[in-house]
Write a protein of this length. Structure first.
Length: 268
């Protein structure tokens, strides 16, 4: 039930959709004669597009999440304990296009898969788990873990090494079902790969699930704090990033309130 409610509510409240809804409401109010209220709604929507579409506010929102966990240095791997397993969280595939075209299609988070592939080559003895099921609500998506395995095999990763966790539909289920699949033993060292902005929520979920993993953030969207002053040339790009950042902050709050994470903003 949580999965379906989250999808439906988020469709309405994500900033770009909310602005479109307010704009539509304004037009309706104008048509029924409520000119003042309709005008206010249209102006509010226009201001929202200008601010969130062109200003750097989305960079200001997302950068603290990206830098919450330090970058992972693959060059330092040999100095630590051997890596027993590596987990890849889904999200790097454009599943609707993949289903239609019959070939893996990457999205903006495709760095997750390339980073995972690099780690897999660096640790040939490590177990490899792909976590991600069918997360679509209105469309029949591809099974992310299965498609990810096909893509990684094409990149030269031995298919026999890949273990698929294909039941999870959100981050909380990623953590629970990955732990069940991995069955980690005391003293084992596991790495977890996901987008940098998503890492705080993911780490919180894995800790709640009782699965201690090391963060391997990837798929950075900002350079750092220097992007606090960098806006966007296309409103669509700014709105897209605003949606992304807002989703993570809202997700952190909701997951904390519902007990899916033990802290509001998990830290290293």
């Amino acid at each position: 039930m949580f999965f379906y409610l989250a999808k439906i509510i988020w469709f309405v409240v994500q900033p770009s959709n909310a602005m479109a809804i307010v704009l539509g409401l304004g037009i309706v109010l104008l048509l029924v004669g409520a000119r003042r209220l309709g005008g206010y709604a249209i102006i509010l929507s226009a201001i929202g597009v200008l601010i969130f579409g062109f200003s750097p506010i989305s960079n200001i929102l997302i950068q603290p999440l990206e830098d919450r966990f330090p970058q992972y240095q693959l060059s330092n791997d040999g100095r630590g304990a051997p890596v027993d397993g590596i987990i890849l969280l889904g999200g790097g595939l454009e599943t609707i296009v993949t289903t239609a075209r019959g070939t893996p299609a990457l999205n903006e988070a495709g760095d997750r898969l390339t980073t995972f592939a690099a780690l897999a080559r660096a640790h040939p003895e490590a177990r490899l788990i792909l976590s991600g099921g069918i997360g679509g609500l209105f469309f029949r998506d591809a099974d992310e873990a299965e498609v990810g395995a096909q893509l990684l095999a094409g990149l030269g990763i031995d298919p026999n090494r890949l273990e698929l966790e294909d039941q999870s539909r959100d981050t909380y289920e990623n953590a629970r079902f990955s732990r069940r699949t991995a069955n980690p033993q005391p003293g084992e060292r596991w790495l977890m790969v996901t987008s940098a902005f998503h890492m705080p929520r993911a780490m919180g979920c894995f800790r709640t699930a009782g699965f201690q993993v090391e963060a391997v953030p990837t798929d950075y969207r900002t350079r750092g704090r220097e992007d606090w002053g960098r806006g966007f040339y296309a409103a669509s790009e700014g709105l897209r990033r605003t949606d992304l950042a807002t989703r993570e902050w809202v997700g952190l709050i909701v997951y904390f309130i519902t007990g899916r994470t033990e802290s509001l903003l998990p830290s290293p």
